[in-house]
Ligand binder design. Structure first.
Ligand code: CA
Length: 706
């Protein structure tokens, strides 16, 4: 085993033994980085409980980064999205993959030590809004913790991958899923869940790390009237909801990604997601702020008691989750040292809060927006423009549901003082479904899916839509911006070598000068990258590692599928010369059926069904350039076996579960008619014109902004 470094020992001690030493982590880590032959881990999701994702390692730096080469690569055997932050502990890299699988690899060579497959039933894939992804594992005292897509929290033996305990954290048969990384907080493992789009009641739960026994649970929205409040904070929350709220939908508020922990203040921070359904007039008729949707919560980790909250988007209406990455650090603001929490949620503002009290210090727009003009510093509330109202008529709202910033982690570099944020300029056509009523097992956002998919096909992308933004959190302004060719950003890592690392949907991993934004190094991995890179050191060699595999939310994922999307883990170090693995082309896009007359009424019925049941995975308007098949180019076998697949579940092993519980054979035929109609049109002049326009034209985001 590799020598334990001051850095690792200190970081672990901070979390588990001495809760007041966190500030010394950076200092100890600097010592470790400069001592030759030392090994330095990446022990927490965000490197430390503060989640800065900034490493003190500097062997790879502005001068040496040009010598970076492939040390090893590992094929995960997946073809869908990889979003995980790997952990590195004592020379072993632990990463999670699709369907919540876990791999343990020798971090110096990539050799597999063990893997673990929780065997998630494939029908659960239907309940995942945004792919069967997993964002990582947690570690404590010889155990690895993973949360499976079907809602289990599982403890594994770090040495063997054997299951130690497993606990079901969500109701069986509900529409919950889990994609987030658990966090270890003192002697607890904490995990939230997903499912806000389908209609669930969000909560976060803490379990005893040794036994898996539940310690506490914090619900993010109140129970229906007449039912007891599970904890006192829900009485305050209930006062912000209409009695006539859409209780059947669960109201949402899932905490599906971000957490951070300040051991010194003894506070656990949790980001809360969007509402269910999206539209507030339907969700809570008559208004109300609808706590604790889109909130940053500060909880006492021992009990789950609420210390304070800050709601980023009161009366949420647009899928504006506050589940985005939170960074804890100290900033000098107006001559005063402040303990801050920083977050850029989907709604377009970059927030700096006092993390001891929740006081708003600043909120500045980081991407084009038209729903709000600014945040009122007296009330802490965004000032809406009215252009985000979609109750009575369709509205084009910025940022769209992909968010100005999504789950892709950002990073804070204490040397430059900048936060590096993967940002997006995007718009979403909100169109209310006049007939909306909660229905289990389908998306319950309150939108007319077939309607907005028709609108969506005419939306041109924004020019320069995806970026890496260097943001000065004290001045509240952009310092520089890298514009990407692809509409997806990878997460970010910064290092004391003066570097910012980020991958993108085009498959490139690049290093930028943290001060100037100049690109100093890049490599083509052959597979699109969304996951955040990490760095570690073994026997004196610094490594950069990242997972590659495109997938995730279809809303942010058009036209960036690269090659056959073979999932891989890559590790790079100076002067390494391993060959990049060969890539394979994507499946051919050939219409395999001859045109024939179709019943227009059946096509229309199929279009509506497709919007509700199929488009989330197979693309709006049956056009998919993303992570699952474009059905227009289905093989003859798929066309011939349509009903056996849709109703009979013939492709369940591939993740396409039966819809027999929701659709009839007649429905399946209508769906097929719509898909055939789209397939016959695939090579038409209009389709080709639209495809050309989407590839070659774009509109300035400013045209839509206020
Ligand atoms: Ca959402």
């Amino acid at each position: 085993m590799h020598a334990r470094t001051p850095y690792r020992v200190t970081a672990v001690a901070c979390a588990f033994i001495v809760i007041s030493c966190l500030a010394s982590v950076a200092v100890a880590a600097d010592d470790a980085a400069t001592s030759k032959g030392a090994s330095v881990d990446w022990p927490f999701h965000g490197l430390t409980p503060h989640e800065e994702r900034h490493s003190p390692l500097d062997q790879i730096n502005r001068e040496t980064v040009g010598r970076l080469g492939l040390a090893w690569s590992f094929a995960t055997g997946s073809r869908r999205g990889l979003e995980a932050t790997p952990l590195v502990i004592d020379g072993v890299l632990y990463a999670s993959s699709t369907w919540s699988k876990v791999f343990a690899l020798d971090a110096a060579t990539g050799r597999e030590l063990w893997h673990y497959d929780p065997k998630v039933p494939r029908e659960v894939g239907r309940k995942a809004c945004c792919d069967v992804v997993n964002r990582g594992v947690a570690h404590r005292k010889g155990r690895i913790y993973v949360a499976a897509l079907d809602g289990r929290l599982i403890a594994l033996d770090a040495g063997t991958g054997a299951e130690v305990w497993s606990t079901q954290t969500v109701p069986k048969g509900g529409d919950y899923t889990i994609t987030g990384a658990p966090r270890v907080v003192n002697d607890l493992v904490v995990i939230g869940n997903s499912g806000g789009e389908f209609g669930v009641r969000g909560y976060i739960t803490a379990y005893d790390a040794e036994t898996g026994k539940q310690r506490w649970r914090f619900y993010t929205v109140p129970p229906p009237p007449g039912q007891p409040f599970e904890h006192p904070e829900l009485e305050m929350a209930a006062a912000t909801w209409s009695k006539q709220s859409d209780w059947a939908s669960g109201l949402g508020g899932t905490a599906w990604d971000s957490m951070a922990h300040d051991p010194e203040l003894d506070l656990l921070y949790v980001g809360v997601g969007n509402s269910s359904p999206y539209n507030r007039e339907v969700r809570s008729p008559g208004g109300g702020d609808n706590l604790f949707l889109t909130c940053i919560l500060a909880l006492r980790p021992a009990t789950g008691e609420l210390a304070w909250y800050y709601q980023t988007t009161p009366a949420e209406n647009w899928d504006y989750t506050a589940t985005q990455h939170m960074i804890l650090t100290d900033l000098t603001i107006e001559g005063r040292k402040r303990k801050v929490l920083m977050q850029a949620p989907k709604n377009g503002f970059f927030y700096v809060l006092d993390r001891a009290t929740g006081e708003l210090i600043s909120a500045e727009g980081i991407a084009p927006m038209n729903w709000a003009s600014h945040v009122d510093m007296k009330t802490g509330r965004p000032v809406e423009t009215g252009r985000g109202n979609w109750a009575d008529q369709a509205a084009y709202v910025m940022p769209g549901v992909a968010g100005a910033h999504n789950w892709h982690p950002m990073s804070f570099h204490p040397g430059t003082g900048f936060v590096y944020v993967p940002t997006l300029s995007n718009v979403w056509p909100f169109h209310a479904d006049a007939d909306y009523a909660y229905e289990p097992g389908v998306m319950n956002t309150g939108e007319d899916w077939s309607g907005f998919h028709e609108a969506l096909q005419w939306i041109l992308p924004f020019c320069e839509a995806a970026h890496l933004t260097a943001w000065d959190p004290v001045a509240g302004r952009e310092v520089w911006k890298i514009v990407h060719d692809h509409p997806i950003n990878g997460g970010v890592l910064t290092t004391a070598g003066g570097l910012v690392f980020q991958g993108n949907g085009g498959g490139f991993l690049a290093a930028y000068d943290a001060t100037t934004g100049d690109r100093l190094w890049k490599i083509d991995t052959g597979t699109g990258v969304m996951a955040p890179p990490v760095t570690y050191q073994i026997d004196g060699h610094q490594y950069i590692a990242v997972l590659a595999g495109i997938g995730g939310s279809p809303a942010m994922n058009f036209a960036n599928y690269r090659n056959d999307n073979a999932g891989r883990i890559f590790a790079f170090r100076l002067d390494a010369k391993d060959r990049m693995p060969a890539t394979s082309p994507p499946p051919a896009r050939v219409v395999s059926v001859e045109p024939r007359p179709l019943d227009p009424a059946e096509v229309t019925r199929g279009r509506k069904l497709f919007g509700t049941h199929c488009s989330r995975c197979h693309g709006p308007w049956a056009r998919s350039t993303g992570w699952l098949p474009d059905l227009r180019y289905s093989s003859r076998a798929v066309h011939d076996g349509w009903e056996s697949i849709v109703i009979g579940g013939a492709y369940e092993g591939k993740g396409m579960a039966s819809f027999a519980d929701q659709l009839t054979a007649d429905d399946a035929r209508a769906l097929h008619a719509f898909v055939l109609d789209r397939a016959f049109a695939a090579n038409s002049i209009i389709e080709r014109l639209q495809a050309w326009a989407a590839d070659n034209l774009c509109i300035p985001a400013e045209w839509m902004a206020d």
